[in-house]
Design a protein around this ligand. Structure first.
Ligand code: GAP
Length: 514
């Protein structure tokens, strides 16, 4: 299966098993808006708990808030979103389809990179153990030709980005012969800026002053509460404020399932620090956040940093943590050194003093900020796409299994009586269920053969199945089956809870964090 096919299968799997549904499906859906089903919401909540506890419980100097989606419209002027939260859009005149001009160019560059990598892989196969990648890249004529093409376009693209030169974006697209995938033509409009914020109005008057925005990031709710939290929490710099909440962006091209949505959820933490210390904290938070990801056990090789060449309007350093999604390495989380841009601007726009008085030095200053910002939905997609596997079994059959890290799996245990029409087995299974359900999200399943029930639980990523059989009535032992190894063992009912806890307890993940 190609990665593209795998992705399609995954999307269908998410729907079939109640993880994620297209929003408003009975009305043919709504572009780039998705609903979480009964299992999706459990997975999402577990990811949020992992993040929230890692931030607020493991750091004595980080506290959480929950600010509103609706905020004073001046906030978005101060933050720069009204003037600068734009994407460059371009239309194809033949297909009438709209694209992001920067994405068209970046996809073109990615294809050249892919060609170079393919050449390198060919070389590796040809030369075997003696292969020297560095030398090959420096001398192979095919690689060198592609590299020269890449560098030329990349240089132009960076310059156009820095100078915000929309005409040059279009010229690059035309010069590179980038065509619309629908019409196959190069018949492009000019490139225009498009503001991504959704507008609505508040109250019953229709004048401009009642226009408000759906927040495009949760961060501003933290900035405008900085003084409240610092004073009431008696927080001393350095300290952080964390928040999980919805954000809205009118994305031009919304594709790739829940990777790019118009309504999504963010987990953001703003860390307030003394000016001059920001690059040190930026490095520390890069390391901290990478540890949080790798700690989940989905393979360190599936993450990488991508340091930004073009910085956002508020940042003096920025990096992405990219994840190896089925469509390649893409941004999962952003870490930005935002200087005093936000607090400074809110001070100017609101006319309120937003400063920190350092009791040790007696000086007052506007704090600098390092933020970590991750999309919950992208994290859900990372987990699901990494976990989905089709395995060939020794008996010639295959199984679909979601090897979701056990502490964040939506259902932790499935309890099954061997036979559904044996009241004694059913009663004992119910008794076990009633005991475990206070600690774990459990499912009771009595329908179909045990084999089919195991497959159903594999397909939703349940780490443990517990089967009650006739012997259980006498020896108070049950069979526990492990999802990944499919190994089965006989254990005492009284030991079940502690056996399960050892693998599914979120605290184990948290304790592992360095
Ligand atoms: N406060 C900074 C900020 O919002 P960002 O890089 O624009 O920075 C942070 O967004 C994270 O939010 C991204 O790394 C991504 O995980 C998530 N995100 C952004 N736009 C998204 C979208 N349209 N759909 C889903 N997730 C999105």
């Amino acid at each position: 299966m190609t990665q593209e096919e795998l992705f399609k299968v995954l999307v269908a799997h998410c729907k079939e098993y109640g993880f994620i549904f297209p929003s408003s499906e009975i009305y043919d859906g709504l572009g780039a808006v998705y609903d979480y089903g009964q299992l999706g919401v459990e997975l999402k909540n577990n990811i949020k708990s992992y993040w929230w506890n890692a931030m607020t419980r493991l750091h004595e100097n980080i506290v959480g808030i929950d600010s509103c989606i609706f905020m004073h419209p001046k906030i978005w002027e101060a933050s720069g979103h009204v003037s600068a939260f734009n994407d460059p859009l371009i239309d194809n005149k033949d297909s009438k389809k709209r694209y992001r001009a920067d994405v068209l160019i970046e996809d073109y560059l990615a294809k050249i990179e892919e060609k170079m990598n393919k050449e390198v892989e060919k070389g590796r196969r040809k030369f075997g153990e003696s292969f020297d990648e560095e030398q090959f890249r420096a001398t192979n004529p095919n690689v060198l030709r592609e590299k020269a093409k890449y560098d030329a376009v990349h240089q132009r693209y960076l310059k156009a980005q820095n100078e915000n030169d929309l005409a040059e974006y279009r010229q690059i697209i035309v010069d590179c012969g980038i065509v619309c995938p629908i019409s196959g033509t190069c018949n492009w409009t000019d490139v225009r800026q498009f503001n991504l914020m959704f507008k609505t109005s508040m109250g019953s008057t229709a004048d401009a002053s009642s226009t408000i925005y759906l927040r495009p990031e949760t961060a501003q709710g933290i900035f405008v509460n900085y003084l409240n939290v610092q004073k009431t929490g008696r927080m001393k710099i350095p300290f952080g404020i964390a928040q999980i909440g919805k954000a809205f962006r009118n994305e031009i091209v919304a594709r790739q399932f829940i990777f790019r949505m118009r309504e999504f959820e963010q987990m953001e933490m703003q860390f307030f620090i003394k000016p001059g210390t920001e690059l040190d904290w930026f490095r520390k938070w890069k390391e901290n956040r990478m540890n949080w990801h790798v700690n989940l056990g989905m393979g360190a090789e599936n993450y990488r940093f991508h340091d930004h060449e073009k910085l956002a309007h508020y940042a003096n350093a920025a990096t992405d943590i990219e994840f190896n999604f089925p469509f390649g390495f893409k941004e999962l989380e952003g870490i930005h050194s935002r200087t005093d841009f936000d607090l400074g601007n809110h001070q100017r726009y609101s006319g309120k003093k937003i400063q920190y008085f350092d009791p040790e030095t007696g000086e007052s200053y506007t704090p600098y900020v390092v933020e970590t910002s991750i999309g919950v939905d992208r994290m859900v997609l990372a987990v699901l796409s990494h976990s989905y596997k089709v395995e060939q079994l020794e008996n010639g059959e295959s199984r679909v299994v979601l090897s979701i890290p056990a502490p964040i799996a939506p259902v932790k245990v499935a309890v099954m009586p061997l036979l559904k029409n044996n009241p004694e087995l059913v009663a004992l299974a119910q008794e076990i269920m009633d005991d475990l359900k206070y600690d774990y999200n459990c499912q009771y399943d009595e329908k179909d053969s045990i084999g089919k029930r195991y497959r159903r639980q594999d397909a939703i990523g349940t780490p443990f199945c517990v089967t009650v059989d006739h012997d259980s009535l006498n020896d108070r032992c049950v069979t526990i089956r492990h999802r990944d190894s499919m190994a089965q063992e006989r254990v005492k009912i009284e030991d079940l809870n502690s056996i399960i806890r050892k693998e599914v307890d979120l605290n184990i993940l948290l304790r592992n964090l360095k």
